[in-house]
Design a protein around this ligand. Structure first.
Ligand SMILES: [Zn+2]
Length: 102
């Protein structure tokens, strides 16, 4: 690796359609991280003192708030789908005893 990146992570709050998203933004590049994939308390504990840390692992970076929102709604969707699957299974068991007709 020949590149050199000195991130300056600060805590930032964004408002979007009434939802507040608190995450880390790098002042050097403007990149955002997903607060659900990255522990923001470790990466950017402060709003005004930049934290010079490259996140461990391979978190996804986002160039815009919209990209981050899209990613975060995918989180929502996957938990939502999981929950629905469980509910459907339970329902199927209950119904199958009574009738097979739709
Ligand atoms: Zn995420």
């Amino acid at each position: 690796m020949s590149y050199y990146w000195e991130p300056k992570w600060v805590r930032r709050k964004f408002e979007y359609e009434g939802v507040t998203i608190e995450t880390c933004m790098d002042l050097s590049t403007g990149l955002l991280v997903c607060p659900e994939c990255v522990n923001v308390d470790v990466l950017c504990p402060s709003e005004d003192k930049p934290n010079n840390v490259i996140p461990s692992g391979a978190p996804t970076y986002f160039f815009s708030l919209l990209d981050l929102l899209r990613h975060m709604s995918a989180h929502r969707e996957s938990t939502w789908k999981k929950r629905v699957e469980v509910e459907e299974e339970a329902e199927e068991e209950f119904i199958s005893g009574e009738s097979e007709e739709e």
